[in-house]
Write a protein that binds this ligand. Structure first.
Ligand SMILES: [Mg+2]
Length: 201
């Protein structure tokens, strides 16, 4: 954003969209336990721990924060995310909307800073509907459902992943290239709607 009028508020999720959460934790897990987990094994939203020796997700999360930094500090970046956000930020407002445990927040902020994510706002919330945006990019099934229901006028984009399914009212995007195209279309509509007075009924 150049300081001139910004167009759309783009609500961007992090894990599974900008940061490759599964690649990150699996790399650490494999190294630490001599395992050979692969990201292709994640095909459902719940029950990540069933791929590991951990009995519960609580055990998984306890492990995830051990060490000098948690797993959220060194997640790989998903292809196209940084370039596209940097480009979109010239005309739009990048609003990070991420669900994080308290312990993960400092590492997430360090990660965003290290990768120079041009975020004007960062929200750590469990209920993402509380952050109003014109466009959302999200991969979690429960968040997609909630966003579509709460913000019917917004463009809710599902980042297509093996752990989510099409959601009525959401638009599928397979990568950041497709997301950029969807935002461009929405921005044109937005400008048009503002410039064209509503016809009298
Ligand atoms: Mg996510």
């Amino acid at each position: 954003m150049s300081g001139q009028e910004e167009r759309l508020r783009l609500g961007i999720d992090l894990d599974g969209v900008v940061a490759d959460f599964n690649a990150g934790w699996m790399e650490r897990y494999n190294r630490q336990f001599g395992a050979a987990l692969d990201t292709s094994q994640v095909v459902m939203w719940n029950g990540l721990h069933t791929l590991t020796h951990f009995e519960t997700m609580d055990d998984f999360w306890a492990w995830a924060q051990v060490g000098s930094a948690s797993i959220f500090r060194d997640l790989p970046v998903i292809e196209g995310a940084l370039e596209t956000m940097t480009e979109l930020a010239r005309d739009h407002r990048i609003v990070i909307v991420s669900s994080k445990f308290d312990w993960a927040i400092p590492d997430t902020l360090a990660w965003l800073s290290e990768h120079r994510v041009p975020a004007r706002e960062i929200h750590f919330v469990w209920d993402k509907t509380t952050v109003p945006c014109d466009v959302y990019l999200e991969d979690a099934p429960h968040n997609l459902d909630a966003l579509v229901a709460a913000h019917p006028d917004a463009l809710v984009c599902r980042m297509v992943r093996p752990w989510n399914r099409p959601v009525a009212g959401a638009t599928d995007v397979n990568d950041w290239h497709e997301f950029r195209a969807r935002v461009a279309t929405r921005a044109r509509r937005h400008v048009l709607a503002r410039e064209t007075p509503l016809p009298r009924s």
